[in-house]
Design a protein. Sequence first.
Length: 354
Amino acid sequence: MNTASSNFYIPSLDGIRAVAAMLVFVAHAGWSNIIPGGFGVTIFFFLSGYLITTLLRREFENTGSINFKKFYLRRVYRIFPPLYIILLLIIILALTGIVEHQMRPWAVISQIFYWTNYYIIFYGEQYLVPSTVVYWSLAIEEHFYFVFPLIFLLVVRRFSYSNTALFFIVFCSLVLIWRYWLILAGGMSHDYTYYATDTRFDSLLFGCIMGVWKNPVADEDWKLGYHFRYLVLCFAVILLLFCFLWRDETFRETLRYTLQGIALFPIFWLAIRHPEWLVFRWLNWRPVRFFGVISYTFYLSHVIFLNLAGQLFDAEVSSRAFLGFILTLSFSMLMFYVVERPIAGLRRRLHTDS
């Protein structure tokens, strides 16, 4: 059996998914002035880069290659059903008049084929399927999944893991330089650096770096002393706080993403390597992990339920947020038991080695 299969599981990652989903939800619920919702997306990016790299690394170590067919098949089973079901349900709500819409065919097609981020950059959000702007981040992840396995295989066949990490670091540096050029000389809007794949790819690559260098589940322990762990964690938290508080627009659309990637490295490493540590133990509580399991559907659907709740509580942010959370959570649990878990079982029956 392929060791990069679904048998491989890192509990702490589900807890981290839960944190990322709640950051995005609370920001969209009406508290974006104090909650960095965009950082929740950056966490998702880092997590995806780390997990995919770890799985590819395990497969490469056991087989000497990467089975691209099985890789993409796993992504199809996991990603497509919730995404397209939710998209279809919202389109039905729009066409039946339950929610207002200005949908146009090319905008909807861009969402179906994972081009939402560039559509938003060049045409705006107006004509998309209502309440699905968050699909921009799914577009970036799909672009990443499309090219990264081949890049990974080509690089690890030629270089050691440490040199592969160095290759990714150079790539991250080039993306940072590209963002600076776009803002300072290219005349691009800040929306471009926020939404575009070519300017946010490094947020995933920082996770990839941890996948091949000092991987907390695959490499030798870093042997950090107890007090040094606190020091490293404090450094990461201070760096993140600086990113949240420094409001210079050029910084926010250029160096901010790089510094956040650097800060997330020790946080992820400690959370995964030391789940028993009091600081991270709660990430592994069963309710938190379960919320992380359903966080994908929660993320995709939360805006529509917040908007539906807003029709009942126009000016009451807290009431809208509470009802929106209950509706989104209930729908996500329903999708998990009715759609996602049965499809995962179907995948195992039809593709026992994937």
